[in-house]
Design a protein around this ligand. Structure first.
Ligand SMILES: [Zn+2]
Length: 287
C-alpha cells in the first residue's frame, strides 16, 4: 500500500462561532456493525484521580461506522466498522501462523459479536450509499475491518502519522487488502483553531473538519460535522463510552499514550463546555 498526500483545501475560518452560525448541507448517520467486549476498568483509566474505584466489568459496546452525506459532494464513511466475517467468527477471520494459538490463549485478541445484517456492506446497500471515500479515525481493526467488503476504487484517508500494523505472517486480518493508496492528512498544514488545536477543513466549505487528536494512537483523528441539525464531534477512541464524558476520565486500555490522550480529551471536554450545542459521540457509545 503506497501513501500519498491528501489534498487539503485552504480555509478562511479562524473561530468556531461563525462556523456554527453557518451549518452546511451535511448529515450524519451512525451504523452499528457489531459489538466488542471491553473491560470497564481500562475503558476508563482506573489511575485517573477522578476515576474513583472502577471494578472489572465486561461491557458489550457497539463497533461503529458513520455515514456522512453531503448534498453537493456525496457520500463518505468515517471508519468502516466490521465486515460480515464476524457473524460466525468472534475474531473476524484472523489469519497467520500464530492466530489459532493467540486466540486459544486469549492473547492480543478481542471478542466480537455480530447479528445478521449488521455488517457495513449491508448498511451501504440498504441505504443505497454511493461511497466516494472513507476517512479513518485510526487504523485499529475495529475501525477498519469493514473495508474488506467495500469497493476499492474510492479514496481511503487517514492521518500521515497513523501507522498500520498487520503482523504478517504471524497474526493478521488483511483489513486493508486491495487498498492501493492510503491518502494522508498532514496536520502540519493545519490551522490552529480555538481549544481543539490543529484542524483541517476537509472540503473547504466548513462542513467537515479533521482534528488531530493524538494519544490513543499517534495519528488519531476526530471529525467535526457542521450539520444542519447541529454540530457533531466524532471523538473516535479518545473516549470509548459516555461515562468518560460524564466524569472527564479518558481510557487507558488499548491507548498508546494515556497521558497525551487525557490531554486531548480535556480539550474536547472544554470544547463541549464552551459550545454546549455540540453533540459529542464517543468511539464505542453514541448518544
Ligand atoms: Zn475502537
Amino acid at each position: 500500500m503506497e501513501r500519498k498526500a491528501f489534498d487539503v483545501k485552504k480555509h478562511d475560518f479562524k473561530e468556531w462561532d461563525s462556523l456554527f452560525n453557518n451549518p452546511q448541507p451535511i448529515t450524519i448517520k451512525s451504523f452499528i456493525t457489531g459489538y466488542v467486549i471491553l473491560n470497564k476498568r481500562g475503558a476508563l483509566n482506573p489511575d485517573h484521580p477522578k476515576a474513583g474505584v472502577i471494578e472489572d466489568e465486561l461491557l458489550e459496546v457497539p463497533v461503529l461506522a458513520h455515514w456522512i452525506h453531503h448534498e453537493k459532494l456525496g457520500d463518505y464513511l468515517i471508519d468502516t466498522g466490521l465486515d460480515s466475517s464476524y457473524y460466525d467468527d468472534p475474531h473476524g477471520n484472523m489469519k497467520g501462523l500464530f492466530a489459532k494459538l493467540f486466540i486459544k490463549a486469549n492473547l492480543f485478541v478481542d471478542k466480537y459479536k455480530q447479528a445478521e445484517n449488521q455488517n457495513i456492506g449491508y448498511h451501504i446497500e440498504k441505504n443505497r450509499i454511493k461511497l466516494k471515500g472513507v476517512f479513518f479515525t485510526h487504523l485499529h481493526s475495529d475501525h477498519i475491518a469493514g473495508t474488506r467488503e467495500l469497493p476499492k476504487n474510492i479514496k481511503y484517508i487517514a492521518s500521515k502519522e497513523e501507522k498500520y500494523h498487520d503482523y504478517k505472517p504471524f497474526f493478521y486480518g488483511d483489513y486493508l487488502k486491495g487498498v492501493k493508496t492510503l491518502y494522508e492528512i498532514d496536520f502540519k498544514d493545519a490551522a490552529d483553531m480555538p481549544i481543539l488545536g490543529k484542524c483541517i477543513d476537509i472540503f473547504g466549505d466548513g462542513s467537515l473538519w479533521a482534528i488531530s487528536t493524538q494519544g490513543h494512537t499517534k495519528g488519531h483523528t476526530s471529525f467535526l460535522i457542521n450539520a444542519l441539525n447541529g454540530p457533531v464531534l466524532l471523538a473516535g477512541d479518545v473516549c470509548y463510552i459516555k461515562l468518560s464524558l460524564k466524569n472527564g476520565v479518558a481510557p487507558s486500555s488499548y491507548t498508546e499514550d494515556v497521558e497525551v490522550n487525557q490531554e486531548t480529551f480535556d480539550r474536547i471536554i472544554k470544547f463541549k463546555r464552551v459550545y454546549p450545542q455540540i453533540e459529542v459521540f464517543c468511539g464505542h457509545e453514541i448518544p
